[in-house]
Structures are given as C-alpha cells and as structure tokens.
Design a protein around this ligand. Structure first.
Ligand code: ZN
Length: 380
C-alpha cells in the first residue's frame, strides 16, 4: 500500500525522477522512460520495482515496439489516489477546485468575501475546505494563488487588491484547516500548471500571457519557470502598446492594463455605447457587430497581438499560451490579434503558435492546485 504520509516518493534521486516523468507524461512505455532519463532497461526495472510494489506506479498494458522487439509495458500513476485543493483569492471572493494528482478538476465551488481582513479571509477559506471534505474528498495539500508578491513560508508580502502587507497566509490557513498549505503568486501557479500538465507540457521554451483583472506574463525556459523576487509585481502589466490608446489608472496612455484588462475594455465600450456594460457584454456587442464595441475590441485585439509579438521577439518562445478569465478577447478579436502580431514580427521569422489554456475558466484554481501537487511530488 502507498504510505499515507505527506511525501509521495520516499527518496529523492533517480527513483523520484522516474515517478515524476510518469506523473507528468504518463502513461509511458518503460522503453520511453528509460530513453527520456538516459537509463538502461535494467536500471529502470530496478528503480521501478519498489514504486510498483508500493502502489505509486501501476502497469496499464503494453505498447507495440517499432521493429520486431517485444512490446514495452506501460507505466502510469493512479491519478485518483490523491486529491488536492487549489484556490484563487480575489478582492470579492475565493474560488476553489479539487483536483486529482494530474490537476484534473473533480469538484469546484466558490465563496464570497465580506471583508478583506486576513482572519475573515482565512475563515472563508476554511469553510471552502470543509465543503470539499463534506463531499468526501480528503485533501493531501492545499495550494493558494494570490495576485501579489509572495515570500518564503507562504507569507503574502504585498497584495494591493486586498490591501495586504506581510500576511502569513500559508501558516494561518494551515493552522485553521489542518491541511498542509502552500501559497505563491497566481501567475507563477498557472505557468507551472501549463508546464506540468497543460498544452505546453514538454515544450522547452514557452510563454504564458494571462488576461483578466490584470495582464500577466510568465516564461518557461528549459522546462523551468523563470522567477525572481519581483515575480508578482506584474512588471509586464503596463507594457506600452498603443500611443493613442486610453489611459490606465496609473496614467499610462495605451498600456496593456488600459487596453487589455476586463475593466479597461468594459469601460471603453460603456463610454462608447453610453450605458454601462460588463466585459462579456462588451465582447457580445462586438461579436454582434456593434460598430463602437467592435472598434474598441479590435483595438484591444491588435494591442494584444503587439504584446504577443514583443514576447516572441524578446524571449524567443516556441509557443505562447493565452489564459485567464479575460482570454475570450483573443477569440473574439482573433483577426486583429493576428494582424497586430504579424505587424511587429519580421516576415522571415518562424511562426510562433498561439494556443489557449484548457482550464475552462478554472485556470487560476488549477494552477494553485499544481503548486500543491509539485510540492507534494517533489518533496522528500
Ligand atoms: Zn498602465
């Protein structure tokens, strides 16, 4: 039986690398695992045996080998053997999901915040955890994504949208819920989710651009998310895109925030139409060919294309993934996005595929769950 502790693989090293490879990319043929990790078939057999015996890996059939070789047996993890909770904190509520070991969502729920006071927020998080436990899920770990600067030990150093500074959110939640908790920046979380389980999984260099209340940018190089102590400030959020564009609250003309955020687009379309509309209503009006809404959304799409071109030119990704609750902009304004993108790319440059995150609106919560999954699977 699998040990019921807080550690997945009891020791670091090559056995853990085998388990992680199968977790991220399985089911995998034994021959593929050996090749990916540069192991001899004998070494793999020796390393895999205790992992299979403990129930951590399972054999799930065979795959025919090219040529006349014996079929190679497939190894996989039992994805439903563990459950994780991922939560996203916003100014107005907490959204949460329960996922399996591969970040597939099996339950979701949300709870409103009546106050941003840390103790009240921790109470709401505790209620959400209990609601999942009442459904029968036993969380191995809890991950929380916050739009702000997060230091070591789960301390939120600054989260302007909540008015927080130096809030030890991780320890407070862990104490209140009894569930091991990890807290990190939300953009880092969605980037890690793409890296481990998304469409970009296995791609050497890729970028993530998120749209919504803000504009986020994440980068993975050689399989690792590029982070430093400033990750969480949102340094690309005010990237200049349109010298004639609208003003952002910080006073920049035509920056990414002014042009691409939910509130920016809703505000521009509202003033053009002379009535208040939401972000989705603004996009609906553009899709219905309302000329004023169409102009705002086309300008935003072109601006998004220019931002993606800057990302492609400066950080040479093989793929750019677009996500976040405002990513519908990239779909509605697709032609303008392509126009803006190609206007700022050299015609000789290779095309960089643009893809959409697959989270179905749950990108942020899945990302937070992946923080927990990574901590669990890589810890020892
Ligand atoms: Zn700005």
């Amino acid at each position: 039986m699998q040990a019921e502790g807080s550690v997945w693989v009891p020791e670091r090293g090559t056995a853990q690398a085998v388990a992680l490879e199968v977790l991220r990319h399985g089911p995998l043929a034994r021959s593929d695992i050996a090749r990916r990790l540069g192991l001899s078939p004998g070494s793999l057999t020796r390393l895999a045996a205790p992992l299979i015996e403990s129930g951590l890996l399972v054999e799930v059939g065979e795959r025919a080998q090219p040529g006349a070789g014996r079929p190679s047996r497939l190894l996989d993890v039992r994805a439903d053997s563990r459950h994780f909770i991922g939560m996203k904190l916003t100014a107005t509520g907490v959204a949460g999901v329960v996922t399996d070991l591969r970040a597939s969502v099996v339950a979701e729920a949300g709870i409103a915040l009546d106050s941003a006071r840390p103790d009240r927020v921790v109470d709401r998080i505790g209620e959400l955890v209990r609601s999942f436990v009442d459904l029968g899920y036993e969380p191995t770990m809890l991950g929380i994504g916050v739009g702000g600067l997060v230091g070591s030990g789960g301390v939120v150093l600054s989260a302007p949208f909540l008015g927080w500074e130096q809030v030890p959110l991780g320890p407070l939640v862990q104490q209140a819920t009894g569930v091991r908790t990890i807290v990190d920046n939300d953009l880092v979380a969605v980037t890690e989710c793409e890296n481990w389980f998304g469409t970009a999984s296995g791609v050497d260099r890729f970028a993530v651009v998120t749209l919504g209340a803000g504009v986020g940018y994440g980068l993975v190089v050689h399989g690792r998310t590029v982070v430093n102590e400033d990750s969480g400030i949102g340094l690309v959020g005010h990237w200049p895109l349109d010298p004639l564009g609208p003003l952002c609250p910080a006073g920049h003309r035509g920056c990414a925030h002014a042009l691409l955020t939910d509130t920016g687009i809703a505000g521009e379309v509202s003033s053009a139409l002379g009535r208040t509309v939401t972000f989705d209503e603004a996009l609906d009006a553009a899709q219905a060919d309302d000329p004023a809404a169409r102009r705002v959304v086309t300008d935003a799409g072109r601006g998004l294309g220019r931002l993606l071109a800057a990302v492609a030119n400066l950080t040479v990704p093989q793929l750019i993934v677009i996500g976040g609750e405002g990513s519908r902009l990239a779909v509605v304004a697709e032609a303008a996005v392509q126009e803006g993108f190609h206007a700022d790319r050299d015609p000789r440059a290779h095309d960089v595929p643009l893809t959409m995150m697959s989270g179905g609106g749950l990108d942020w919560c899945r990302g937070a769950a992946v923080l927990a999954i990574q901590e669990f699977a890589q810890g020892a």
